[in-house]
Structures are given as structure tokens and as C-alpha cells.
Design a protein around this ligand. Structure first.
Ligand code: NAD
Length: 434
């Protein structure tokens, strides 16, 4: 086995190791770009042939990854993508970045990890390193990935190497690129961990090596549960404080001057994205196997889900003050991506609010500089007329390149879930913080 490790270690050191990324999405693409950028040859594997075609033609696939970077990835001739999984055999290191959603019963859907592992298993050869990056419950790498790979008759830790290293990518966050974020990792064996650390040291400034696969898996979940619970807490506090006539954003600004023991979280219209609303339930599901309950996780989910209903209710009250009802009112939603300055609508609370209002009979339109279509709806330009003819404008996402001054000047009523209108001096519109 020493030979296999030394061989792969040398290939990694010389940047001769071929990297295969399974799943070229929000996580896989930036990771592939990062490895290719440091001189490695990278092959993206994806089941979606349209996605593969787009990447290979150097197209911009995601708003926060510039077309220039995508072109460079292909042009340098060290980054290509394929649907041909037999090429896995030519790879030295394989990194799995496939989705981990919840199924219709709100339980972990492991089908993507299973199918990616099967593809690797069919093409596995001695001396390869397999790293799972998808967010998942503790035990996945050992209990799901390892047995599937070992169907090849090769033994994990002996014939091939296995590790888990969660992705901490924050799409759209310019302050922290992939390389600036320390990378947590756990290996099946010490050698698996050593190889994984050597690999990632090429693209990150710091690796954090933990004692087991499960510790690394739990670390990622803890980070996201921490966010989900704190967002729920601040959302609940917003409801309580607003009844008391207290502005929660002012409270947070004051509280965050405390130099220790406090970290600001901000309220909003609910929780969105592919991670925070979903990942915590991977742990609460697994907790049941150990006869324990994850009460914080369940409660946070419940509070965050209810926020959309609260916002819809608040819009109804605000219209009522103008002697109008939701039914028949023209309501324009500003920002449908789940957070600022990205184009990702997955689990976006704005979509749920649009649905709720539509069901109540509102005439719904939207504006989002980053999202051209939502189903049959097209993003409307925020002209003076468009703004003016709305009965209400609801700000659900506070993208940077929106003219809030113009909204404040021409709108009748603005329901602001992000407190962004606080940046506009003396708006003519009636602004309701919700
Ligand atoms: N998006 C984020 O910001 C983020 C951050 C941290 C962690 N994660 C985690 O990373 C993982 C991937 O998330 P994502 O946002 O990149 O997903 P994504 O949906 O953007 O991309 C996943 C890609 O995998 C492909 N795919 C699905 N099954 C496949 C298979 N069997 N073989 C090959 N390709 C397959 C899909 O076609 C898609 O292109 C998830 O576990 C997620 O929770 C995501």
C-alpha cells in the first residue's frame, strides 16, 4: 500500500494528479476552477448533458462566476466536462459534489450520492482518492459510500483512499473565495486524511484535519444548524419586538457593539437556499436512529417556515390600512433570489410569498435584476410607471443594484422585509418594516 500512497502523493505534489469532479453545480464548478487555476487537469462529470455542453462551450452558468473564468477553465485545456463516466478510471482524485435534498417525506434523499458512488465504483482502480463534499449526516461516507465503492472488490483504506470534506462555499460572497476558507476534512484512515490534506493544500490556505469521517460530517451540519437556529431566533424576536414598537434592526446594531459573546443575525422573510432550510433535517433524521430528538432544529424550521405567512399577513394589514384587500391588488415583489446579489431561487421565501398572495387573489409581478423568469412571469423593469401603479411593493431580497431611492419616491406602499429602505432618506412612500 505504501507504494500507492507515495505514488499519489508525488502526483499531487507535482500537480500531475488528474482531478475528477462529480457534479458540476454551485459547488463543483468553483472547486474545479480553483484546481484548474493552480495547474491541475480537471474533468467535470455530470449527468446533465445540457450543463456539460454549456460548461464546455465556456458559457457563464452562474451569475457569481464570471464568463471570463469559465472561458479560461476550458481554454487552458485543463478543464473539460463529460457525461462519460468511464473516464473516471483515468482520474487520480475524485470529488463528489452532488445534491443532497430532502425527499417528499422530508427525509434525506441519498439517491444522488448513491448513484455517484455507483458510477465511481464501476470504474474504480487501485490508488485513487475519493472525497465526498456533499453536505450530509454523520455516517454517510462510511455507511453508504464505502460499501458501494467496495463492491468493486477493492478495499477502502488499502486499495483506494476515502475521505469526507464539506464544502463551505458562500455563493456571491466576495470576501471569502474558496481559497480563503479553511477546509475541514476527516479520513477513513490516517493515510486517507494525509492525502486529502495534501490535495486541498493546493487550493486553500488552511486545512483543518479532524479525527474521523463522522466528525467532519457533523462539523458542516453544526455550522448550518447554528445559522438556522439563530435566524429563527432573530425572526421570532422581530415579531415580539415589532408588537412592542421596537425596531429590531436598531436593537441588533446596538447589540453588535458588544465586542464579545454576540454575533449579529438579521431577520428576513424566511429561510432560503439549498443549505440552511434543508441540511439541519439531515441531523434530526439521523438523531432518531439514536433515540434522541433534535428539538432546536425542528423549532427553528417551524418558525422560519411560518415567516412567509407572517409577511403575507402583514401585507394584507398594510393594504387594509389603505382600504384595499389583497384580492385584486397589484403587488410587485422585489428580489426573488433567496439572498442578495445571487441568482439562485432554490427554496426562496419570495416564491412562497408570491404563491400565498396569488392564492389570496393578488395580481403578482416581480422584479429581480438577476432572475429573468419565474415560471411564466418575466422580471419587470422598475420604471416610474411600473412602480407607481402598484398597490404594494414588497422587498424580499435586498440586491445591491436596485434603485431604492426611486422606489421610495414613486411607490405608494412598500413592505420591506430587509430594512433596506432605512438607507433612503425621507421616502415619499409609506414604508412598513415586516
Ligand atoms: N450551493 C451551495 O452554496 C452549497 C454550499 C455548501 C455545500 N453545498 C452542498 O454541496 C452539494 C452540492 O450542491 P450544489 O449546490 O452544488 O448542487 P447543484 O444542484 O448546483 O449541482 C449538483 C450537480 O450534480 C449533478 N448530478 C446529480 N447527480 C449526479 C450524478 N449521479 N453524477 C454526476 N452528476 C450528478 C447535477 O446535474 C448538478 O449539475 C450538496 O450536498 C449541497 O448541500 C452546497
Amino acid at each position: 500500500m505504501g507504494g500507492l500512497i507515495d505514488e499519489l502523493e508525488k502526483k499531487i505534489k507535482d500537480k500531475k494528479a488528474k482531478i475528477g469532479i462529480i457534479g458540476m453545480g454551485y459547488v463543483g464548478i468553483p472547486l474545479g476552477l480553483e484546481f484548474a487555476g493552480t495547474g491541475f487537469s480537471v474533468t467535470g462529470f455530470d449527468k446533465d448533458s445540457a450543463r456539460v455542453k454549456e460548461i464546455n462551450s465556456g458559457k457563464q452558468v452562474m451569475k457569481h462566476i464570471p464568463a471570463k473564468s469559465m472561458k479560461e477553465f476550458v481554454k487552458k485545456n485543463n478543464g473539460s466536462s463529460t457525461t462519460e463516466f468511464s473516464e473516471i478510471r483515468d482520474m487520480d482524485c475524485l470529488i463528489i459534489c452532488v445534491p443532497t435534498p430532502l425527499d417528499e417525506h422530508e427525509q434525506p434523499d441519498m439517491s444522488y450520492i448513491e448513484s455517484a458512488s455507483k458510477e465511481i465504483g464501476k470504474n474504480l482502480r487501485k490508488g485513487q482518492l475519493i472525497v465526498l463534499e456533499s453536505t450530509t449526516y454523520p455516517g454517510t461516507t462510511r455507511e453508504i459510500v464505502k460499501p458501494i465503492l467496495e463492491k468493486s472488490k477493492l478495499e477502502a483504506g488499502e486499495d483506494f483512499f476515502l475521505a469526507y470534506s464539506p464544502e463551505r462555499e458562500d455563493p456571491g460572497n466576495k470576501e471569502f473565495s474558496v481559497s480563503a476558507i479553511p477546509k475541514v476534512m476527516g479520513g477513513l484512515t490516517d493515510n486517507c486524511l494525509r492525502l486529502t490534506s495534501n490535495l486541498y493544500k493546493n487550493i486553500v490556505s488552511e486545512t483543518v484535519e479532524v479525527s474521523s469521517l463522522e466528525t467532519a460530517e457533523a462539523t458542516k451540519l453544526m455550522e448550518n444548524i447554528f445559522r438556522a437556529v439563530n435566524i429563527a431566533m432573530v425572526n421570532e424576536l422581530k415579531l415580539i419586538l415589532s408588537r412592542m414598537g421596537i425596531n429590531i434592526w436598531e436593537v441588533i446594531d446596538a447589540a453588535k457593539t458588544k465586542p464579545f459573546g454576540f454575533m449579529p443575525f438579521y431577520p428576513g422573510p424566511g429561510m432560503g437556499g439549498h443549505c440552511i432550510p434543508i441540511d439541519p433535517f439531515y441531523l434530526s433524521w439521523k438523531a432518531k436512529e439514536y433515540n434522541t430528538e433534535a428539538k432546536f432544529i425542528e423549532l427553528a424550521g417551524e418558525i422560519n417556515r411560518k415567516m412567509t405567512e407572517h409577511i403575507a399577513h402583514r401585507i394584507g394589514r398594510a393594504l387594509n390600512d389603505d382600504k384595499k384587500s389583497i384580492r385584486g391588488s397589484k403587488i410587485l415583489i422585489v428580489g426573488v433570489a433567496y439572498k442578495k446579489d445571487i441568482d439562485d431561487m432554490r427554496e426562496s421565501p419570495a416564491l412562497r410569498i408570491m404563491d400565498l398572495l396569488k392564492h389570496k387573489g393578488a395580481k403578482i409581478t416581480y422584479h429581480d435584476p438577476n432572475v429573468k423568469n419565474v415560471g411564466p412571469l418575466k422580471s419587470l423593469d422598475l420604471t416610474q410607471n411600473t412602480i407607481n401603479e402598484q398597490d404594494a411593493i414588497v422587498i424580499t431580497t435586498d440586491h445591491t443594484n436596485i434603485d431604492y431611492k426611486s422606489l421610495g419616491k414613486h411607490a405608494k406602499l412598500i413592505v420591506d422585509t430587509r430594512n433596506i429602505m432605512a438607507t433612503v432618506k425621507n421616502p415619499k412612500a409609506r414604508v412598513i418594516r415586516a
